[in-house]
Design a protein around this ligand. Sequence first.
Ligand code: HEC
Ligand code: HEC
Ligand code: HEC
Ligand code: HEC
Ligand code: HEC
Length: 419
Amino acid sequence: MIQRRQYRGSTMTTLLALATILLVGSFRGSAQDGPPKTVQFTGRSPTSEECGTCHVTLYREYAMGFGSDLKYRDTTGKAGQERILDVPANVSTTGTGHSLAALDPYPVHALEEGTGNGACRTCHFPRTFAIPEIDQVSVGKPDPRPPEEEFGGVRCSSCHLTPDGAIRTPHQVQAPHETIQDERIHTSVMCAYCHSLGSYTPGSQTQTFLEWREDFFRAGLGKLHCQDCHMPRTLRKTAETFDVPIRPVARHLWTGGHSSQRVMNAATAVIVQPVAGESRFEFHVANVGAGHSIPSGSNRRALYLIAEIQDQQERIVASREWLFAPWYGNRPDDRAFVEADRLRPDSIAATQADLQGPHEAILRGGENRALPWSPSLKPGSYTVKARLIYDLNRYNDWTLSQDQTETVTASLGCQVTGQ
Ligand code: HEC
Ligand code: HEC
Ligand code: HEC
Ligand code: HEC
Ligand code: HEC
């Protein structure tokens, strides 16, 4: 259901005008000399700071991650490149991914290195967009803002401003700006444009919305939309200095890969020795917390399963590792394409993805993956250990641990009899 509200403009009825005058009057009483009485956004791309003059706490969450464990992690571009890619000194390192979208040096660096072109700018510096349909097979992308408007990344207005200048809202409100109530703002289509590209190719990168739709929502695993997990709600005023009711408000935090709390709730690991005495183990890794694949989104992300077997003196006698990651191209085995990649315009990104070779497909919504391993062990007592490690950038040196989070540890004491 869509309900439009308009306070200004020539088509306004007398009644509405009267309501406006009364309303602006009441704002004057409560807002004192702070925020402006009425604002209009048609034909421009307002900054988040402008919205933040009235929506103070929401702005704080968005720009400073207020109320979350978000933390921008130091990272480097790729293996052998030691330059730490850090956010500028005057920017909060606890800001949300959306507020950092034009400042996060990693995508900026990727853009500069020419791994992409104008096509990259669309989701990182988006213009206002209309919400896409939930059923559409192939998801397009928003238009980019002009280059002089690139600062500010994904702004309040990127998500809230409709192409004709109204603010899309969850509630029917009396606001000093034009609003249009649209219930779809509570649903995953709100995120679809930037968190998916093209049609669903299981295993590929930039498919989060489609993974949610096909593997989680339509598969019947749950009814939760992106907001239910990524924008938990609280009761408060949305515009602090105004005389407005307390409402259920979604925290604007969007914790993802940069939040330890978030990634620690994503997957579980269990070790099984199916037949007592045999040197044969299974590692069960399950997606229990994400309404889409783990990892999801960017092909730089990885989840590592590291298995180690210790003898009674705690010496590591065997170890093995599996890598779960979205692939860069639409294919399971990247390695065969390495040579072809070198000729591509995006050769840097393509080649680094493919050089890592075949790896485990990402864990789909609700999936439980059993990974078998039969190391050759002498008879004796052992401890089998498993760790899951979430890595924000699988292409840089493994020893750079700032961008990694150990999310799960499991262990199993066992006997190997050699039978
Ligand atoms: C001059 C102060 C002011 C400015 C500037 C302002 N707003 Fe608002 N806005 C309000 C007030 C007051 C309300 C009504 C709040 C209520 O009733 O809960 C409101 C309501 C909203 C709502 C609907 C709230 C709901 O519960 O449905 C949204 C969304 C919103 N504003 C977004 C924005 C965005 C995005 C910007 C910047 C482009 C912005 N606002 C700029 C004062 C402002
Ligand atoms: C369809 C929208 C879309 C397009 C087009 C797009 N991106 Fe992104 N990008 C995203 C989203 C969403 C994320 C957030 C992380 C995720 O989903 O894993 C992201 C994250 C990134 C990151 C990782 C930042 C981090 O936190 O590690 C880099 C680097 C990046 N993008 C670069 C690019 C480049 C270069 C291009 C052009 C080839 C591009 N992007 C095109 C949506 C897009
Ligand atoms: C990535 C998209 C996105 C961005 C960026 C964004 N919002 Fe929202 N906003 C939403 C969604 C989605 C909802 C509805 C959440 C829900 O389902 O309850 C919402 C809700 C709101 C509401 C209504 C109260 C509520 O939470 O239900 C206000 C007011 C608001 N946003 C203001 C802002 C302001 C101010 C900014 C910038 C500081 C901003 N938003 C940035 C997506 C966004
Ligand atoms: C207009 C485009 C756009 C829309 C709409 C959008 N996002 Fe994003 N989102 C991005 C981009 C771009 C990034 C990555 C920024 C970066 O890392 O540089 C991002 C980052 C994120 C992250 C953080 C990923 C990380 O690396 O920590 C989460 C979580 C997220 N978005 C969730 C959502 C949800 C939920 C919605 C819908 C309510 C949504 N986004 C709507 C563009 C968008
Ligand atoms: C049931 C809860 C749940 C739902 C529903 C959900 N997510 Fe997530 N999301 C998670 C968890 C847990 C993680 C961390 C593990 C991972 O990366 O998959 C995550 C991670 C992410 C990331 C971080 C990826 C990165 O590279 O850092 C983005 C972006 C994201 N989700 C977007 C979305 C969008 C968009 C939707 C809706 C289409 C959505 N999520 C629905 C729980 C959820």
